[in-house]
Design a protein around this ligand. Structure first.
Ligand SMILES: Cc1ncc(COP(=O)(O)O)c(C=O)c1O
Length: 374
């Protein structure tokens, strides 16, 4: 048997996304739950012909149109096979075995996954018990041995954002450390620091077509950085990493951007409804800036998730993380999907650790130091 590299031998097996999600209410992966703009599907149908399919992808048109849409120069942008691939590329280009990645905890696990594949070590800075990121601690931990910092903004699974002044402070205090700001959910937060790539040469920003745009199956992401940094990334990138269909879809999706904007507005309205229901149920949640909400339902979270699953409602149980035992995360979708989720939650309320009376949910807002989420 041929042995793999040491980093691979030591790697915890990555648990891939669950299969068999079709035909269910998918509130477990923070995707767009209603689908992309219908014009995109029509354009893809028109696009399909044997001549096009037999040719290797050509990138210039997509790069030009996408750069214009995002307000950057083509030299400041790379296409990637989803954000996951962008993270992999950052590791390929910048990480040597033994290098350190600094991440908040909890966060999206893929940063640590690809960093470990590259042979790196990860240092985590925990959110406090009310899910605020201790930024000073993070900056303190970003000493000279730290190669890169990965910040999802908004973060997954907390749905919290790092305020811009804090992000600026992190970038300024760590000029020799690469800082990735993953904006997979920024559509829902209505904020971006994309223009900062011109100012901070250590900043990489990523965006994806998997979430608000509803194109997760096609795997398309964009990487933005100062042109010098972008040039390094380009040097080591697989030249045919993105397929032609994904680009055709993205071009059509940005042409019909009003559809994305409407979807975002719908999600924000439904997020409010879901949070109101959680309050009525006495279930604490972390105020969300994304298309999902993290809640604490207590010890029986796995059972609640399993029961919802039997009702064909898929949600994410975070109990496997020792710091998130008792937590569930719900993706927010359309009004009718949110109603189904709320009805499902009411059916399981006898299993929830509810906070009522003097311990009511509202107390966490008034007295955040009570550490309700811990
Ligand atoms: C913070 C964050 N970044 C990136 C991704 C994945 O994006 P993509 O589909 O572009 O690889 C996810 C998916 O859940 C995510 O939560």
């Amino acid at each position: 048997m041929i042995e793999p590299r040491k980093a691979i031998r030591q790697l915890n097996k990555y648990r891939p996304p669950l299969e068999g999600r079709g035909g269910r209410l998918r509130l477990d992966f923070n995707e767009n739950t209603v689908g992309c703009a219908p014009q995109v599907v029509r354009a893809l149908r028109r696009w399909l012909d044997p001549d096009r399919l037999s040719r290797y992808p050509e990138y210039e048109e997509a790069r030009r149109k996408l750069a214009k849409y995002f307000g950057v120069a083509t030299g400041e942008m790379l296409l990637a096979n989803g954000t996951d691939d962008a993270i992999n590329l950052i590791c390929d280009i910048f990480v040597d075995p033994g290098d350190v990645l600094l991440v908040p905890a909890p966060t999206f696990p893929i940063y640590e996954f690809f960093h470990s594949v590259a042979g790196g070590r990860t240092v985590r800075v925990r959110y406090d018990e009310n899910f605020r990121l201790p930024v000073d601690k993070l900056i303190g931990a970003a000493h000279s041995g730290v190669r890169w910092v990965a910040l999802a903004n908004p973060n997954n699974p907390t749905a919290t954002t790092i305020p811009k002044p804090e992000l600026r402070r992190i970038l300024q205090k760590t000029p020799n450390t690469l800082v990735l700001v993953d904006e997979a959910y920024s559509d829902f937060a209505g904020e971006t620091i994309l223009p900062w790539i011109r100012k901070y040469k250590n900043l990489v920003v990523t965006r994806t077509f998997s979430k608000a745009f509803g194109l997760a199956a096609l795997r398309l992401g964009c990487i933005f950085a100062h042109r010098d940094l972008a040039e390094y990334l380009r040097r080591g990138q697989n030249p045919f990493v993105v397929n032609s269909l994904a680009m055709a879809a993205a071009i059509e999706a940005i042409r019909h951007d009003a559809y994305r904007r409407r979807y975002v507005q719908e999600v924000l309205a439904n997020r409010k409804r879901l949070c109101e229901s959680l309050e009525a149920l006495g279930v604490p949640y972390v105020p969300s800036s994304a298309n999902f909400v993290l809640t604490r339902v207590g010890e029986r979270a796995p059972e609640i998730a399993a029961r919802l699953r039997r009702q064909k409602i898929l949600i994410r149980d975070w109990s496997y993380d020792p710091h998130l035992k008792g937590y569930l995360r719900f993706t927010v979708g359309s009004a009718s999907q949110t109603r189904k989720l709320i009805a499902g939650l009411y059916r399981q309320q006898h299993l929830m650790e509810r906070r009522t009376g003097a311990r009511a949910w509202a107390d966490i807002v008034r007295h955040p130091s009570t550490g309700w989420f811990s």
